[in-house]
Design a protein around this ligand. Sequence first.
Ligand code: 7TS
Length: 407
Amino acid sequence: MSSFDVNKIREDFPVLSQTVNGKPLVYLDNGASSQVPNLVIERGSKYLAEEHSNIHRGVHYLSQNATTAYEAAREKVKRFINAKEAKECIFVRGCTEGCNLVAYSFGRKFINEGDEIILSQMEHHANIIPWQVVAEEKGAKIRVIPMNERGELILEEYENMLNERTKIVAITHVSNSLGTINPVKEMIATAHKFGVPVFIDGAQAIPHFPVDVQDLDADFYTFSGHKMFAPTGSGVLYGKKEWLDKLPPYQTGGGMIRTVTFEKTTYAPIPEKFEAGTPAIAANIGLGAAIDYLNSIDFEAAAAYEHELLEYATEKLSAIEGVRIIGTAKEKASVLSFTIENVHPHDIGTILDQQGIAVRAGHHCAQPVMQFFDVPATARASFAFYNTKEEVDKLVEAVQKVIEVFA
Ligand code: 7TS
């Protein structure tokens, strides 16, 4: 293992030191939601205790303070993902809202009958259904980039799919059910050769390695705060200014207008155009604090440590007879999906919980992936940089126990 000091890091996350069912908690469900460090908890408490107020409207002291803190969080996001301008970072409720915003807004303006939308076989439902709804309404067609048995997208097929009818490519950076890291930079460059913009679902990428939206040349990139050590209700949709300027608002109401009469409304510029109503002020200030936290540790060293942990767990689990790893791509991040012969994944989840081990069991909102691998569900351990080798050993031991119980 690298020199990354995991024990020191764990002290920052109070939730990790509790016992569950009489056993020390082993939290391996970070793909669903990660845990929150003290820095974020304290920042959230300070806001609620001392600064709580609505933003962008009050001339009074508290409102101005809250506005400053909220906009400072946007600046932090901008630097964290290397956006060109802070106003390209729209606060959303989470990745799901980011997907819906682009699908409906882009779809309403730019997708017409006979057009094509390219998705991939490994998308989360959040990046399938909004596009399906738009395609149905507009008479457009969804095309799906297939994958191979390891859970890697087949890039030759993708290239052959792009044509003059393609209006957008919407793909995940990292698969939540398989862990595959897709080569999105190359895939974006390929789409751009055809003049096609690309939307990236970054929910499972952003907590695990540094992301630079300008280097990727992504047209849109979205992620949730609660998977990157921030509270639920926070999240970001990044979009290139030239695209966001062209898109109609997704939701309308207070805070997003320039002028309103009963005859006509004109809209505020970005980012306000896409932030109708009172936003999740506390949560997004918390997202800013989570970024401060990631900047305060060596995030690259944390990512490297986490990768070693994934490799260690993969090696140990694959060595157990009866265990099948689902998703064996060469490039993977943090997710270990598996099945055990003759045991339903929900039973795996329940028995692990009795040992204090939290994993997710189910279809992971990626039913097309389950269909491809011909399984109803998987058990999924998903890691964060505060997990340890000892926790992996406990997981392995508990999996062996499951096999004994069902033998
Ligand atoms: N996209 C991906 C790739 C995801 O993993 C998730 C959530 C979403 C979109 C939706 O994010 P939300 O924050 O708006 O809900 N994935 C999971 C998961 O793997 N287990 O629980 C939620």
